[in-house]
Design a protein around this ligand. Structure first.
Ligand code: PBG
Length: 330
């Protein structure tokens, strides 16, 4: 009698067999590269907690995008830091606002080769740092939607292929879909930040975008990290309102949420490997405590295995250059 009869190790015995049996792959076209562009600076400004990333000038943004395109990353999500902030965040929809200028610049430089996604929010543009207009100390949902509509139109007019509302206002996807359609932008897709949690993992981003709220926090609009079923509800609402892609954010502490959203919707699912997740990897790697390349492979495979088809990650450019070597690492 031979024991055991089932021997899973057989399929692990040689690289060629492991490759054949591999269930999950990452390709460069799955990666979306977030970039920051800042108005009224002459030189790119390094972001301390995000080594390798900068608040870009229009010129340095174009160079960074070109370097990414060279290694196969063609999708970008843009965040703007305006020269002036005000109570409404009016630079967000100004025709010459920094993101609108960046969209035109990248389109001029790369044509249809670049897929341009515009993050749509107000927190980088308001002097109080909240994602919408205030009534007293509260963010007013429906008045904020009117401003989101203006931003969506400005971004679409400047050439955004995809609009990505991240403010977590109720009804934001429906409002944006409707105004885009009315203005003739029926071809522009909406990537909805459907389940965006009130997370400490956004810390480095807020330094990068200058978007820390001046008072209070975002817990009255972003989700409670304790909730998973609610994420399914948020995703369903966004799909009903016209979302083309739904996103879960952050990724690593929310892999179960990615899975639940993937199982309950029939649109593509994205996950955002956020700034704090990037910073932790970079800090540990800089100390020599982890093997960064192998850790990144595991992180991206994990997000993918959980059910995300596309991944927004600050590692996009560096891993794209490395992906061809991953088979050997496994
Ligand atoms: C703004 C926005 C945030 C992020 C993306 N869009 C920050 C926030 O909600 O405070 C975070 C991204 C990251 O941490 O990488 N609405």
């Amino acid at each position: 009698m031979s024991f055991p009869t089932e021997r899973p190790r057989r399929l692990r015995s040689r690289p060629a067999l492991r490759r054949l049996a591999r269930e999950t792959q990452i390709a460069t076209q799955d990666l979306i590269y977030p970039l920051f562009v800042r108005d009224a600076i002459d030189e790119p400004q390094p972001i301390a907690a995000m080594p390798g990333h900068h608040q870009h000038t229009l010129d340095s943004l174009t160079r960074e995008a070109e370097a990414a395109i060279r290694v196969g990353v063609r999708s970008f999500v843009l965040f703007g830091i305006p020269a002036q902030k005000d109570a409404q965040g009016s630079e967000a929809w100004a025709d010459d606002g920094i993101v609108q200028r960046a969209l035109r610049r990248l389109r001029d430089a790369f044509g249809p080769d670049a897929l341009l996604i515009a993050d749509l929010c107000l927190c980088e543009y308001t002097d109080h740092g909240h994602c919408g207009v205030l009534e007293g100390d509260a963010v007013a949902n429906d008045r904020t939607l009117e401003l989101y509509e203006r931003i969506a139109v400005a971004q679409a007019a400047a050439g955004a292929d995809v609009i990505a509302p991240s403010g977590m206002m109720d009804g934001q996807v429906g409002a944006i879909r409707s105004v885009l359609d009315r203005q003739g932008f029926t071809d522009r897709a909406i990537l909805a930040y459907a389940a965006k949690y009130a997370s400490a993992f956004y810390g480095p981003f807020r330094e990068a975008a200058g978007s820390t709220p001046r008072f209070g926090d975002r817990r009255s609009y972003q989700m409670d990290p304790a909730n998973a079923r609610e994420a399914v509800r948020e995703a369903r609402l966004d799909v009903d309102e016209g979302a083309d892609i739904v996103m879960v954010k952050p990724a690593l502490a929310f892999l179960d949420v990615i899975r639940a959203v993937a199982d309950s919707t029939d649109v593509p699912v994205a996950a955002y490997n956020v700034s704090g997740e990037y910073a932790m990897v970079k800090a540990a790697a800089a100390n020599g405590w982890i093997d960064e390349r192998r850790v990144l492979r595991e992180i991206l495979l994990g997000i993918r295995r959980a059910g995300a088809q596309m991944i927004l990650t600050y590692h996009a450019k560096e891993v794209a250059a490395d992906i061809p070597c991953w088979d050997e690492m496994g």
